[in-house]
Each structure stands twice: as C-alpha cells, then as structure tokens.
Design a protein around this ligand. Structure first.
Ligand code: KE4
Length: 432
C-alpha cells in the first residue's frame, strides 16, 4: 500500500507542528513509521490522502460510536450552524442537553459543560479539593485523565506510549499531591488511605479518580469487587470517588460504566461520545458538591466555548440515536464477533494474544499472561504489537497506534467491515 502523500505531509507537518501532530499519540511513535494523513471518513471507514481505504477502529479515540459522518449528526450540526456558531450566552439547547445528561447518568444531579475531557477531570478534581478542603488525590498507575498538571503522574495513553509517565514542567509540589496505586489492587488503596488517615485534614486524600474500565493502558477491566472496594474505601475515609467516564460514558452502556457495574460515584467526567465528534465534555455529580462551583460557590471554572451550540447539537443527536432500542445489544454482538474472531485466529497461528474487551472497547495484548494492570500491560510484547499494527494497516485496517490504547467498534461496523478485518488478521497474525 503506497502512502507517498502522507509521508510528504508528515515531513511538511513536522516543520510547523511539534512531531507533525496536534496530539502525541497520533504520531505513530508507539508503532513506528509515519502517521496516515486522513482525507475523510464515512461509516466504519477512513480514507487517507493517498486514496487508501481503512476499516477504522480508532473512531477519533472513542467519540465516533455511530461511525464517521453519520447523516443525522451532520444534519443536526448544519442546522445549528445556520443560527450561529457561538454566543457566550446561555441557550435553551444547553438546558435540554443538561437535562438529558442528568437523566441518562442519574448520579449527575447537576452538570457543567466544558470543551474537553482534560477540562472535565481538571475541574472535577479542583471541585473535590475545594469541597473537602483536602489536597491529595489518588489516581491509578497507568490511568490517563487528560493533560492537567496534577494528572501527568504515572499517566497512561500517549504518556505511556512515549515512556513519559510524568511530564517536564510539572512542579514537584504538584506531583507530590498526586498519589498512585496499581489498578485492581485493593490492599494498596486501603494501605494508602490508612497511611493518610491521621494526617491533618489538608494533607488527607480529597478524591480517588479512576477510569472505571481502564482504556489508557490498553483495555483492562475492573476485577470483580474492585470498584466496590474503591467505593467503600472512599466513603470510609471521607474522600470523593470520581469516575472518569470520558471514554466509558455511553460506550460500555447508555448510562456508562457506573450503570454497567452499578456503582454510584460522587462525581463523573464525560467527553468523547458526549460531543458526537465535536468538542464537548462535561463534569457533574451530587448537587451539594456542584453547589461549590462558581458562580454559586468558591470553586472557579470557566470556558469561552463551553456548551458550544454545534458541539451540543452533535452530542444531543448522538445520545438520541444511542437511546434507540437494541443499540447496545447490536454493539455487543459485533464487538464479540470481532474480538473473539481475532483471538481464535491468534490461537490457530500459535500467537500468544490476550484479548481484553468490555462492550465495544477492546485491546489485544501480545502476552502469555492475563493483563490486569499497568505492570502486566507493560510486560506485553509491544514490538510485536507494532508489527501487527503495520501488517493490519497494510491490509486496510486502522487499529489504535499504541499497545497502551483501546480500540473501538462502532454501530457502522457491518458484516463487510468485520469480515475484512478478520481476513486481514488471519494473514497479519502469520507474519508477526
Ligand atoms: P481530552 O482532553 O483528550 O478530550 O480527554 C482526556 C481524557 C480524559 N479521560 C480519559 C479516560 C481519556 O481517555 C482521555 C483522552 N483519551 C486519549 C486517548 N486514550 C485521547 C487521544 C489523544 O490524547 O490524542
């Protein structure tokens, strides 16, 4: 497959954009080679600037659960755009959208719209500190919640891909207030709480933030009882539980992972799907906590484009379509067909592959042992993953360009797209 225009664009891009990309994980550093430059998307397919067609399992890193260029979403955006693109003033559409979010995610009694998942998690953590008067936060080793300073400690996703779990520019003081525990490790979390229980309030733990299904170390589900333990320990120690559902929200169930696993967090962060492919995100939760948010309370947070009419229109239409009967059952069937199919092909080829999946988010780890946390994810054969990625790319299948990312099936992935993927995997697995 020739990609000369992509290669030329990569060269041009690197002269004016760091790494030639506007987000590091797009640079293919985790798999090698030059990134594919995309011309357009349609349904389950991406088309690059050289005219190559790919079955796309990145879906813009999660937002495009309906597939690319869904006609009803495009129509909703165009209709909203005809009335103007941004006002910096409240609109009825935002009220309607907030009512939808609080209905679909009942733990969010009140919600504030922002423009990215980073803004959502950063704001939720500031709120947790402001509401509790405590400074420490706990995140999961290998968890990723966007690029706010306090969250770039032992981070996953692009930071893990580049081997930069921390980041230059984050002060020691900031990093010192962020504690980490391994995913699925109840004893470690209990010990951390115990160690801080007798500290003066300021130095105690304000909140624990988790991706309820890890996606940014690759897809790693919660072990049975783990989320219940996190909920119990946070309650016991007066800390808040923040579910970062930027990736899992409306992905693993219409009500998110909190509906799938029946756990009620104190605060929830949403992104990706909630904007239907445009920049919208949200954070929210218990009304007594949200009462701390300006202008009602002393915790400040703001945004020029928060609640942007076009992004809200795209998100609103997306959630409407996801609310139709049978949607998640269909996603479950097609995702199981794909991932179980690839796992069976790996067994036939004698390739050790651990296929982790929750709903329509999945990751294949080239490993012999179960992948249950970041340490075990890092033991997988990332070089083999890189070879598999390119073998699939050359056969017209676009997977997430990093072992430490989740991939996604959309409602647009029909039998033809899945068959093409399995046919490609059958050959690719023989070459890795
Ligand atoms: P954004 O600021 O990128 O909208 O959201 C940050 C974020 C927060 N929480 C979770 C669970 C996330 O997965 C993300 C962003 N995810 C990455 C990929 N795993 C976005 C892709 C990128 O960084 O380019």
């Amino acid at each position: 497959m020739q990609r000369e225009r992509s290669e030329a664009l990569s060269e041009r891009a690197r002269r004016v954009i760091p790494g030639g990309v506007n987000s590091p994980v797009r640079a293919f550093r985790g798999v090698g080679g030059d990134p594919v430059f995309v011309a357009r998307g349609k349904g389950p397919y991406l088309y690059d600037v050289d005219g190559n067609e790919y079955v796309d399992y990145v879906g813009s890193w999660g937002p495009l659960i309906l597939g690319h260029a869904h006609p009803e979403v495009l129509e909703a955006i165009a209709k909203a755009a005809a009335d103007g693109t941004s006002f910096g003033a409240p609109t009825e559409r935002e009220v309607r959208f907030a009512e939808t979010l609080t209905r679909l995610v009942p733990s969010m009694q009140k919600v504030r719209l922002v423009s990215s998942g980073t803004e959502a998690t950063m704001s939720a953590l500031r709120l947790a500190r402001g509401a509790t008067g405590r400074d420490k936060i706990v995140k999961i080793d290998g968890g990723y919640h966007g690029h706010a300073d306090c969250l770039l400690v032992a981070a996953g996703s692009g930071a893990a891909t580049l081997g930069l779990p921390g980041s230059a520019g984050v002060t020691d003081g900031t990093a010192a207030d962020t504690l980490t525990v391994p995913w699925n490790d109840e004893a470690a979390l209990a010990a951390l709480f115990a160690a801080h229980a007798r500290e003066p309030d300021k130095r105690r733990i304000a909140a624990v933030i988790v991706e309820p299904v890890c996606g940014n170390m690759g897809c790693v589900p919660p072990a049975p009882g783990w989320l219940e333990a996190v909920r119990r320990l946070t309650r016991e120690h007066g800390a808040l539980l923040i579910f970062d559902e930027v990736m899992t929200g409306f992905r693993v169930a219409l009500g998110g992972a909190q509906a799938r696993y029946q756990i009620e967090p104190d605060l929830t962060c949403l992104g990706k799907i909630v904007g239907g492919g445009l920049p919208a995100a949200a954070y929210g939760g218990r009304a007594d906590l949200m009462a701390h948010i300006a202008p009602d309370g002393p915790v400040y947070q703001a945004g020029t484009l928060s609640g942007n009419p076009l992004a809200v229109a795209a998100g609103e239409k997306t959630l409407e379509l996801l609310g139709r009967p049978g949607i998640y059952e269909a996603l479950e069937r097609s995702s199981a067909q794909l991932v179980d199919g690839i796992a069976a092909l790996a067994r036939e080829a004698g390739v050790p592959l651990i296929a982790n999946r929750v709903g329509s988010m999945f990751t294949g780890f080239f490993a012999n042992q179960p992948v249950v946390d970041y340490s075990s994810a890092k033991r997988s054969d990332t070089a083999r993953f890189g070879r598999f990625f390119h073998a699939m790319l050359d056969r017209g299948v676009y997977l997430a360009p990093s072992q430490f990312e989740a991939a996604f099936v959309s409602l647009a992935h029909d039998g033809r797209a899945l068959d093409r993927t399995l046919e490609a995997a059958k050959h690719a697995l023989k070459t890795v």
